[in-house]
Design a protein around this ligand. Structure first.
Ligand code: ZN
Ligand code: ZN
Length: 268
């Protein structure tokens, strides 16, 4: 069920234009989360427990590395490294007996990641240290799986994913209820592929016809128009390198076509 608390930030994001409105919301939340973990959260034990356990992804570590407060980062890393060290066997000389490897010549299977891992951020569960199933091949917990899951885990991404789930369902309901919101929705420049897919998926579960059909049509028309225009700009940019176009100035759209393409294709 839609929650009212998301209505205000959603309206704010959809009042602007330029780029994907859901990427705008996500960026804002990520920025706020980073400011918080690097600042006031140092005094918030609940958040400290989560950041110690989950750590961060490369993109968000890079954001923190570019922020000023290196001491906050180092304090966080100090306790996170302690948690990470506890994921692995303490005494490698006392490892259990390993079963033999699979028959020679058999292809190496991909590591045993949990079957359904749609969100990289769901990797490491909260609570006491994860109890991984005992994997035959290691005679105990699977250190390859533990390392891979930890490497995918991120406090900020996990928070953004929770937020996004609620936002998507809220957007679908606002679309159904409010004609003024539908107008703002239709004025968006595009929905990046990721958010197009996620919003469509959420709306399919939340809305009945004809609301769903109208939202599906609106999003698809917005994106089709955007792709046509973007494609023209990309071609114009490529042609500008032709001999006969030497000295011809680029349009704004042609100048930013690569950035806008990447924002559309891979989100911001
Ligand atoms: Zn997006
Ligand atoms: Zn992240």
């Amino acid at each position: 069920m839609a929650e009212q608390i998301y209505t205000i930030p959603i309206n704010e994001a959809f009042e602007q234009s330029g780029g994907c409105p859901l990427c705008r919301m996500k960026k804002k939340l990520e920025r706020e989360s980073l400011d918080y973990v690097m600042g006031a959260a140092m005094m918030d034990p609940d958040v400290r427990i989560r950041t110690n356990r989950l750590g961060f992804c490369r993109r968000h570590y890079d954001d923190m590395l570019s922020m000023k407060n290196r001491l906050s980062l180092a304090l966080m890393l100090e306790s996170h490294l302690d948690e990470v060290s506890r994921l692995f066997p303490e005494d490698v000389s006392a490892l259990p007996k390993m079963p033999p490897p699979p028959a020679e010549g058999a292809p190496v299977p991909p590591p045993d990641l949990p079957g359904d891992l749609p969100e990289p951020m769901q990797a490491i569960p909260m609570g006491p240290p994860p109890r991984f199933a005992r994997f035959r091949r290691y005679g105990g917990p699977n250190p390859a799986q533990i390392a891979l899951m930890q490497s995918k885990s991120c406090y900020v991404c996990a928070r953004a994913a929770d937020f996004e789930r609620n936002v998507l369902s809220n957007v679908a309901h606002m679309w159904r209820r409010e004609s003024s919101f539908r107008e703002r929705f239709k004025a968006q420049e595009f929905f990046c592929l990721d958010h197009y897919g996620r919003l469509l998926h959420a709306a399919r579960h939340e809305l009945n016809d004809p609301s769903f059909r109208e939202l599906y049509q609106a999003m698809t028309e917005i994106n089709a128009r955007f792709i046509r225009q973007l494609r023209g700009d990309v071609t114009g940019f490529c042609r500008s390198f032709d001999h006969q176009n030497a000295g011809k100035p680029l349009t704004d759209g042609q100048r930013s076509c690569a950035e806008r393409s990447v924002d559309f294709l891979a989100g911001k």
